[in-house]
Design a protein around this ligand. Structure first.
Ligand SMILES: CC(C)(COP(=O)(O)OP(=O)(O)OC[C@H]1O[C@@H](n2cnc3c(N)ncnc32)[C@H](O)[C@@H]1OP(=O)(O)O)[C@@H](O)C(=O)NCCC(=O)NCCS
Length: 171
């Protein structure tokens, strides 16, 4: 198996990556399917909206948002996005790894990249929300230094869902 190992490259997304991100996002949705954890409220229409070039461009840059991509050769296999909450706190506003690439440390590398960038930008803490049914994501975050602060409700694509709120320091 060692011989088949392909180096995963993780880096911050640029405007050149808009179409690679869109291809990835459609693949992630197709591999996961409508019942998958982490895809509450998703539909072909929602994915279509989220992969529109102007929407992706907004998530990639600007003063408040960053996006990180994991590449397997020329293909994006995972993404993470962050969004400023206030001067001290940044939110991990999305993280998805292709089902076919999961369990290989890609998600961990994406979280590390987001944390390093948050540190460099002077944030003190990171917050993330995940549906209370998403055990896998909760365990994933807890192993990476996040602790559950409590639960709250939020609107996801028009549906009210209960989410855990987890935080960790980034210093
Ligand atoms: C959560 C997610 C981003 C993790 O990405 P990943 O690349 O698989 O992460 P890693 O390989 O770095 O670590 C995965 C961990 O989950 C475990 N794992 C892998 N596949 C698993 C599975 N099918 N079920 C449960 N745990 C699994 C691994 O053993 C590893 O455990 P560890 O924390 O003890 O190290 C990915 O599973 C995913 O995209 N899920 C669907 C979308 C989602 O739920 N996003 C979060 C919403 S807030």
């Amino acid at each position: 198996m060692e011989g088949e190992k392909v180096e995963i490259r993780v880096g911050e997304a640029t405007e050149d990556d808009i179409s690679a991100f869109a291809t990835f996002f459609w693949q992630a949705w197709e591999q996961a399917g409508p019942e998958a954890e982490g895809f509450v409220g998703a539909s072909d229409q929602v994915i279509s909206e989220l992969t529109a070039p102007e929407v992706v461009r907004e998530r990639i840059g600007g003063p408040d948002r960053r996006m990180f991509l994991a590449w397997d050769r020329e293909r994006v296999v995972g993404f993470a996005a962050t969004k400023r909450v206030d001067a001290k706190t940044v939110e991990l506003a999305g993280i998805i790894v292709l089902e076919s690439s999961s369990g290989r440390g890609v998600g961990s590398r994406l979280v590390e990249a987001a944390i390093r960038r948050a540190q460099a930008e002077g944030y003190l803490g990171m917050v993330v929300r995940t549906e209370i049914t998403n055990q896998r994501a909760r365990a994933f975050y807890e192993t990476r230094g996040f602790t559950v602060d409590g639960s709250t409700f939020e609107s996801v694509e028009g549906e009210m869902v209960e989410v855990w709120e987890l935080t960790r320091t980034v210093t």
